[in-house]
Design a protein around this ligand. Structure first.
Ligand code: ADP
Length: 307
């Protein structure tokens, strides 16, 4: 299958900072590719290169065969981009923003209304409200409508739901699924693990490098080691007791539990952990083996990177 979006060996420096370090990936039609990584990982730089706002120091990228260097005009006219910062006209109303974006792309709201209908219905009661006076979730829905109104070939969304409430985030992602199913591939970054698991494939990015790129299921299946969960009143206590154990690769708070990732679970290791806890814990606790979820995989990878 031919990739719709392709990036090969992208490199970008800002002075001495290496923001992107040989980044390569492909995105296929009918696919949502998510980027997840901490602040400063290089996500925005990547989006700016793919949307031709920034020129890489090295590497190639193309969208539907259009090259980011040679065909930047064509790319700009045919993609939709939601940058990380809200970039619509705050003093224009919802309706005026939409008309403006439709007009500059030589389109009209009527022509592509079917694409935004689901989202726009939620915005309709606020059609005459200035964009600057909308709630965070409504602003993001409007920005998505504006990015879609010219029927883009592909959508690029840089942290589109950061700071948005949980219900609005779910609605927003339901919309993304529909857009993907209509044949528009989506590249999206997110700081939220639940959103990462809704992507068809996820790229974990850190220090400008893609550390892992796979389906969320495969990332979970590829979890390296075993995971124990300890619930107790004071999570700092087992953390202090166990943090220097050689078999423990990472140890982190997880909801109201402490998760312990082990690189070996032979009987002697488990016995050692049990006896340390039995001797050191001064209040009741529970320990059990649990299956990792996506967040465990992400935290394990980040832990490995820091070492
Ligand atoms: P993310 O979007 O994942 O937070 P960015 O792409 O914004 O990451 O940043 C990647 C790295 O490049 C960071 O170390 C950041 O400080 C640096 N950086 C980003 N933009 C600039 C800039 N305009 N000038 C200097 N450094 C920058």
């Amino acid at each position: 299958m031919q990739a719709f979006i392709s990036a090969q060996g992208l490199v970008k420096h800002y002075g001495n900072t290496l923001a992107l370090d040989n980044v390569s990936f492909e995105v296929y039609q009918n696919e949502i590719l998510g980027f997840i990584g901490p602040d400063g990982a290089g996500k925005s730089t990547l989006f700016e290169i793919l949307t031709t706002l920034l020129i890489p120091d090295a590497g190639e990228a193309s969208i539907n065969g259009m090259d980011i260097h040679k065909d930047y005009g064509k790319i700009r006219a045919s993609i939709g981009f939601m940058p990380g910062k809200f970039s619509l006209y705050q003093d224009l109303t919802v309706q005026e923003n939409l008309s403006f974006f439709a007009n500059i792309f030589g389109s009209s709201i009527e022509e592509n209304y079917h694409l935004i209908k689901g989202i726009y219905e939620l915005l309709k009661p606020f059609a005459n409200r200035k964009a600057g006076a909308l709630s965070g979730g409504m602003k993001q829905k409007l920005a998505l409508c504006c990015a879609l109104i010219h029927k883009p070939l592909a959508l690029f969304l840089d942290e589109p739901t950061t700071g948005v409430d949980a219900v609005s985030r779910t609605e927003f992602w339901d919309n993304l699924m529909q857009i993907r199913d209509s044949g528009i591939p989506i590249v999206v970054s997110t700081p939220y693990m639940d959103e990462a698991t809704r992507c068809d494939r996820v790229a974990m990015i850190h220090n400008g490098r893609i550390m892992k790129l796979d389906t969320p299921d495969n990332i979970i299946k590829g979890y390296d080691g075993k995971l124990l969960s300890i619930t107790c009143k004071d999570r700092q206590k087992p953390k202090a007791l166990l943090q220097n154990e050689a078999a423990i690769t990472s140890l982190y708070s997880f909801g109201d539990a402490l998760h312990i990732s082990l690189n070996n679970t032979d009987a002697s290791t488990l016995k050692l952990i049990s006896s340390k806890l039995e001797q050191g814990m001064d209040s009741p606790y529970q320990i059990k083996e649990v299956f990792p979820i996506f967040e465990d995989c992400f935290l394990q990878l980040m832990g490995q990177m820091k070492k």
